[in-house]
Design a protein around this ligand. Structure first.
Ligand SMILES: Cc1ncc(COP(=O)(O)O)c(C=O)c1O
Length: 384
């Protein structure tokens, strides 16, 4: 009975490892999990209070499909001050999480057989979203530091190119695209008239490195770009499901129509929480970023001390993406043996379109990182 559209969705290679790690934990095994794609911090108190207040004030009904005007205004202000992009209220939409916004954005612009350029390694859902829309992912190499260059993008452009997916800082590599390359990529998009979906959910996790929103460059590229974001990572709000985007009026209208026939508005209560997240004190974000930065330096150093592993410095997000090819194992074998034999869960690079690597999330305590790294070191010493 299943449609071919659904049958063609690849099961996530991350799920098998994740399910196994959780099962082992349930059985009482002491597993160190480096798989998390979310901050280990709690949602800040002021945000939780705003949600409680929203319930008490009976903000429990439908809202406009694309979000409440106050939240659109807060998003517009944030785009202006942080990203240097001028989106007015009609150029903003709120969705049920960043993933949902990205899904809507792709569906709004992709036609059957369109080509979508996808830099490798990529976040797992991008490829499937493109395929669900019956478009074709065109994989684009990055350099040895996982950085996207305009030269590589240009090689992939054909008359069928409809969009480029930009994800800086990147999940899984942490790479931050160089502003000089972003400028050249913007010129290519304008010249060849294709869209850019810019996924900026890790924009705060840049640890002092320069971050540039492509839509901020000029009006021409702004018109072609859908700037997607979310409160999930920045405010430790992954479970609240509020994402947002900025784009041209027509695209926003199309996306709102689509959302109007699927989820309708994101939760009214969660929107009030997101409003407080954007407008309230930002100290908790700074504290979280500081903690991640310490862990980032530590895990990078520890990984490079292990024989058989080498790791490019992760510049952003909260992931390290070491090369494990010298161990002689492919990424799936590495991840599954590491879990079975040393009780450490990592995600195989194959899930992100790049063999020979695994992803470790450092969104876990320093103590856990230390324990996990000790185990990896000992396990590999015995293994190779
Ligand atoms: C690159 C990237 N984009 C988007 C998302 C979506 O996050 P959310 O749907 O929680 O906003 C994630 C989450 O892991 C991600 O890693």
């Amino acid at each position: 009975m299943l449609s071919s559209r659904v049958m063609n969705i690849a099961p996530s290679a991350t799920l098998a490892i994740d399910a196994k790690a959780k099962q082992l934990k349930k059985e009482g095994k002491d597993v160190v999990i480096f798989g998390a794609g979310e901050p280990d911090f709690n949602t800040p108190e002021n945000i939780k209070q705003a949600a409680k207040k929203a319930i008490d004030n009976n903000l429990t009904r439908y809202t406009p499909v694309g979000g409440i005007p106050e939240l659109k205004k807060a998003v517009s202000d944030k785009f202006r001050s942080f990203n240097k992009i001028n989106y007015d209220g009609s150029e903003i939409m709120i969705g049920c999480g960043g993933k949902h916004v990205l899904f809507n954005a792709m569906m709004a612009v992709l036609e059957k057989d369109d080509e979508a350029i996808l830099p490798v390694p990529y976040w797992v859902s991008f490829e499937e979203m493109i395929r669900i829309d019956e478009a074709k992912p065109v994989f684009c190499e990055t350099d040895k530091n996982f950085k996207l260059t305009a030269e590589k993008v240009e090689e992939k452009i054909t008359p069928k190119t409809k969009l480029l997916v930009l994800n800086s800082p990147s999940n899984p590599s942490g790479a931050i695209a160089e502003p000089s390359e972003i400028r050249k990529i913007a010129e290519l998009a304008v010249k060849h008239n294709f869209c850019v979906i810019s996924d900026e959910v890790y924009e705060y996790f840049t640890y002092g490195k320069e971050f540039l929103s492509i839509a901020s460059l000029n009006e021409e590229i702004k018109k072609l770009t859908i700037t997607c974001n979310s409160v999930s990572k920045t405010y430790a709000m992954t479970g609240w499901r509020v994402g947002y985007c900025g784009a041209g009026k027509e695209i926003i209208k199309g996306m709102e129509n689509l959302q109007g026939h699927s989820t309708s508005n994101p939760s009214n209560i969660a929107q009030m929480a997101a409003l407080e997240a954007l407008n309230g004190p930002q100290e908790s974000v700074k504290e979280m970023v500081k903690a991640f930065d310490e862990r980032r330096r530590f895990i990078h150093k520890r990984l490079n001390e292990v024989d058989g592993i080498s790791c490019v410095e992760p510049e952003g997000a909260f992931y390290a993406f070491p090369d494990i090819s010298e161990t002689g194992m492919d990424s799936m074998a590495f991840a599954s043996k590491l879990l079975d034999e040393a009780l450490v869960a990592v995600v195989p690079g194959a899930a992100f379109g790049m063999e020979g690597h695994v992803r470790l999330s450092y969104a876990t305590s320093m103590h856990e990182i230390e324990r996990g790294m000790d185990r990896i070191e000992k396990w590999l010493k015995e293994k190779i």
